[in-house]
Design a protein. Sequence first.
Length: 479
Amino acid sequence: MSGFIRFLEPQPAILARRRQIVADLADLLAKDGLIHEPRELVPFETDAFVSYRRLPLAVALPRTTEEVAAVLRYCHKYAIPVVPRGAGTSLSGGAIPQEDAVVIGLSKMTRILDVDFANRCATVQAGVTNLNISEAVMAEGFFYAPDPSSQLACTIGGNIGMNSGGAHCLKYGVTTNNLLGVTLVLIDGTVIELGGKHLDSAGYDLLGLVCGHEGQLGIVTEATVRLIARPEGARPVLFGFETSEEAGSCVADVIGSGIIPVAIEFMDKPAIEICEAFAKAGYPLDVGALLIVEVEGSEPEMEAMLSGIVEIARRHGVKTVRECQSATEAAAIWKGRKSAFGATGRIADYICMDGTVPLSQLSHVLKKTSEIVDRLGLRVANVFHAGDGNMHPLILFNANDPEDAARAEQAGNEILKLCVDAGGCLTGEHGVGIEKRDLMTHQYKKADLDQQMAVRAAFDPQWLLNPSKVFPLDGRSAA
């Protein structure tokens, strides 16, 4: 891309010891647990934030908590940076390595260790995919609620690192609301247990601190998550509006009325056209914006909620109201929404932003987002979790044109600042990573950042864990 985002410079002393480090790590891992040949390292040089890439020193692929602890103990002893990695689906560059770092990938830690229906929870290794948890318990009528669009690939360890959400977080909450406990390996190899099957713990809420830590406080190797009973019924409904502003105002009024659907998803016209061409979901093409509103419960409950939502939508000039008539139609509606990022990638390069705004500011931010993108000569497709104000504008550009790429990055920064200025924040579920790192000073005062960095340094005084991420590179001495 434009190369605006800096990384820490690799340490020559570590690079000079590469051969010895590789040999030592090989002794700590199973035969197939270490990747170090340059050609084999290429798949690990970036994540879903593909504009930036660095080739790591080596990639460790442990299978157990003990192996993770052994690798961290070694890296701590020799002050070698470590970059934790789940499935590499991070959209903020959270898993991009650096040349003197060892990547610890958790893709081999894929066991579901325990399913406890009596206590409505499951314990899994960190490399288990999000969707696999629900698939493992659906026969008994349960599911795991957080459902990021990448749930087919993303892992629970990465979800915990970024506090991921998804379409149904409006009712059920994001990862932190569905996490009961973790096994965490600290940078010196110490293994600690936080939380458990119980609903709350004595002492400081370290579990809440770890959820969303972006791999900077330790490495989560196991997690105990909450299981939820499947509802009696669920029904998605499409609402089409003339403009994005009308759709945004409708969302604010629905939530303000006290009605809480299980999901409210937003698409503007470009996103509708992109997703419909890919998924053939039956989206109306004669509208300027679309809401996917899903309600659940018994038939009387769903009818009562829908009647209230339809009444509010009519006050905002709704053009189309279309209820799904079958499970197949409902699946198609959600396929279109969850395919949005992949479908957009078929037609253009894009940056996916992740700012969150108060619902009362949705219409304002949507309008200003369009103005920013138009001014820079770019295009945007908006698709996001409208119910909790989690914006996901997809800024379309040509990655082979450095000037176009620079304008896209500028547009993204301006949109994120707009979200903060509107009373929101830089990230809802994608994390800070490298993408938003240098915007943290727009969100926080120096004293706020200093306190956050002091907490981080208490876990990792040498800043070895994911060191180029989250906090601006300048000013770190305060930690």
